[in-house]
Structure formats: C-alpha cells, structure tokens
Design a protein around this ligand. Structure first.
Ligand code: PMP
Length: 398
C-alpha cells in the first residue's frame, strides 16, 4: 500500500497530448495544426530579429542574476502597462493601474484568479462557450464554480450575440466574466467594436467583474487596433483585470513572459491591490524569472527594436491571412463546393473548421493532419509546402 495508491490518473491535456501523438506518428507528410504556435514559411518556430538583437545587446552588458522583485522587472511592468493602456493614457499617468510580471498569459490569469478568489469568494466565473479549455481549469483550480456564456452558434458559423447578451444580463452581480480581448480561441470570431460597446454597457449595468484575456494582441488587425478594446473598458469608467501574453507575439513561448494588469479606482487602491497581488506571487513562485522580461522590456523601450518587432509581428499577421486564403483556394481546387469563406472571416491563429470529431480523427489517422477534436486547426502552422496537402486531406474527409 503506497501513500499514492489512491491517486487517479488525470486525463491527458487534450492539446499537449495531441503533440505527443504527433511526435510518435511516422507519416512523412504529417502536419501539426493542434497546438497554438506560429511557424514560419519554412515550418520553423521563428526567433524574431528584434529578440535576437535585444539578446545581443543584453549579452554585451551581462548582468548578475539576482532575484527580481516579487512583481517582476520594474521597467518591464512599466513598458507592458504602457503597451496595454497607452503611454499617455489617464490610467497610466494617474497611477491607478498596476502591472505585475507573470509566467506567461497563463500565469497572469492564475495570479488574477487567486486574487479574485480572496476578494469575491462566492462569485461565479463565466467563460465563453467554447473557450480555451485552460480557462475552465485555471478558475476551477482556484476554487471557483465555472459556467459558460453563449458565444458561438455552430449552425450559423457566427457569434450568437443575442444569446451572449442574454446570458450576461442574467448573471449575478459580481460574476467574473472572462472575455477574449481579440483573436477568440478557439473560434476565431471576435465582437465588432459596436458589439463590444453593448457588452460593456451590460457589464457596467449588471456590475459584473471583467477579466480580459489578451493572448494575441497584434494578430488580428494590429497592436493598437487589437488593444482598443481595453480603451473601451477604460472609457466606460470600469475597473477590471487584463492578462497579457508575449508567447506568440514575441515567439517567446518557453520564456514564459506575460503579465497581469489591474485597473483600480485610484492610486491608493492600486497600492493595496498591488500588495495583495504580491502575496499571491510570493506564495506561488516567489518572484518571476529575468531573461524573457528583460528581452521584451528592451524591445518595447528601444524605438528601433520596437519598430522592428512591430514589423515582424505584422509579417506574422499577414502571413497567417495569406495562408487562410490559400487554404480556401486549395479546398475549392480539391472540389469542395460548400461555402468555406468563414476561414478568411475568422481572425487570429485558429480556424474553427466545423469538422466533426470523426472527421478530425480521420484527418489524423489517414493523413497525419492533427487538429483538436473540436475541429480547431492552427492556421498559423500552414505554409506553402503543406497547405495544399492539408486542403486535399480536409476535402477528402468533408
Ligand atoms: N489565453 C488564451 C486564450 C490562449 O490561447 C493562451 C495560449 N494558448 C493563453 C491564454 C496562455 O498563454 P501563455 O502560453 O503565454 O501562458
């Protein structure tokens, strides 16, 4: 009898489990469209020039690796705050927003979840239906009951906006609502600016607690355009949380660079909130790592590197859009007569293909094309060499 004999086997993470299956597949044509990672035209994970140059600059002046403050590298926190809210914005200049470095976007969500559990122990959490599955897991592990709000209407291949509004209208005061700021994962359908205004009005009237997840800033229309939704929440006079991830936008997945920002009412409140966020960080991992934050901070603060990064981010965005179009063209060339224009309507790294679980399994087993069982494929992993093969495979299972 072992201490651990009662431990049940946890289900495999659906997406990382898919990558393991992919690695073991011997099909020479295999394509991994499961995990949300951007690959370049050569099918390689890019190391951005802006990152390379920032690393060279840091290396030229090497620093010892002491502990960072609990809330992370000060210059990083400041630069991220300015990116998310705007350098000259009122929240930044008045000092009522606090930003703490976090271990990726996931870390930002987790620190925020732990903080909210203490503040609003009886509140429920609502995530979109469907959502990034880790949203449910993170908030459940933090002790919350997690429900969903209506989002995607599969029959119409669109957002069920009336359903979404009705669910938020019904939510109890204080309910924590996780909102994808842009590039909705997994569907690729975002609210229009006018729809955001309506959602914000409901959030305000119902006194809900908004938590924006910004994991893909810059992948839809551009950094400023995608960030505009944060400005809308500010303009509405709301206080809220935002998690940021640089995993994709800097191609720094393994460095775990992200942040949590909390917009409070005033500077004094900000100081109290920051002190509580620091307790959450301190008791989880004490303080964050140095390298990724130093790189991102260097790029954000240096005019030349920042321009280079924005250019490289723009190239990633443009290439994904081109791949969406190539996939549509390839499907048509392969004889698909159904309307597949939704592929180019959707934004961000994913396409919700509408394929059934059985079709996704066939794609995997017969063609070595890996997407999630929900029908989500990562279009950011397509390139000129694999897109036609993927299109033909999809056409055969459709
Ligand atoms: N939120 C969403 C919606 C995501 O898709 C992801 C990444 N897959 C994250 C947060 C987490 O990002 P990170 O890898 O930086 O933790």
């Amino acid at each position: 009898m072992s201490l651990f004999s009662a431990v049940a086997l946890a289900p495999r993470d659906p997406i990382l489990g898919l990558s393991e299956q992919f690695a073991a597949d011997t099909n020479p044509n295999k394509v991994n469209l499961g995990v949300g990672v951007y690959f370049d035209e050569n099918g390689k994970l890019p190391l951005l020039d802006a990152v390379r140059k920032a690393e060279a600059a840091l290396q030229a002046n090497p620093k010892p690796r002491g502990y960072l403050p609990i809330d992370g590298l000060g210059s990083y926190d400041q630069n991220v705050k300015e990116l998310v809210f705007g350098k000259t914005s009122e929240p930044v200049t008045s000092g009522r927003v606090v930003t703490v470095q976090a271990l990726g976007g996931t870390g930002g969500l987790k620190v925020g979840a732990d903080f909210l559990k203490q503040l609003l122990p009886d509140s429920k959490v609502l995530i979109s239906n469907p959502s990034w599955e880790n949203h449910r897991a993170i908030f459940t592990q933090a002790g919350f009951e997690v429900g969903t709000y209506t989002y995607y209407d599969a029959a119409r291949r669109a957002i069920d906006f009336e359903g979404l509004k009705a669910d938020l209208e019904r939510a109890e005061q204080g309910t924590i609502v996780i909102l994808h700021a842009c590039c909705h994962n997994p569907t690729g359908y975002d609210l229009t600016p006018a729809q955001w205004d309506e959602i914000i009005a409901i959030v305000k009237a119902r006194q809900l607690t908004p938590f924006l997840d910004m994991a893909y800033q810059g992948f839809s229309q551009g950094l400023a355009e995608d960030g505009a939704v944060v400005g809308k929440f500010v303009a509405a006079g709301l206080t809220f949380l935002v998690s940021t991830s640089f995993s994709k936008s800097f191609s720094l997945y393994g460095e775990r660079v992200g942040a949590l920002s909390v917009l409070t009412q005033d500077k004094q409140e900000a100081a109290r909130v920051l002190s509580q966020l620091k307790v959450k960080v301190r008791t989880n991992y004490s303080n964050p790592p140095t390298h990724g934050a130093a790189v991102v901070s260097h790029v954000l603060a240096d005019a030349e590197l920042r321009a280079l990064w924005e250019e490289e981010l723009g190239e990633m965005r443009t290439r994904i859009k081109a791949m969406r179009q190539k996939l549509v063209d390839g499907l048509k060339a392969a004889g698909v007569s159904q309307d597949v224009s939704y592929i180019t309507t959707q934004v961000g790294m994913f396409s919700y293909s509408g394929l059934t679980k059985e079709e996704m399994v066939r794609l995997r087993e017969e063609f070595g094309v890996y997407g999630t069982d929900s029908g989500r494929i990562c279009v950011a992993a397509l390139n000129s060499n694999n897109v036609d093969y993927v299109a033909q495979a999809i056409a055969k299972v459709m």
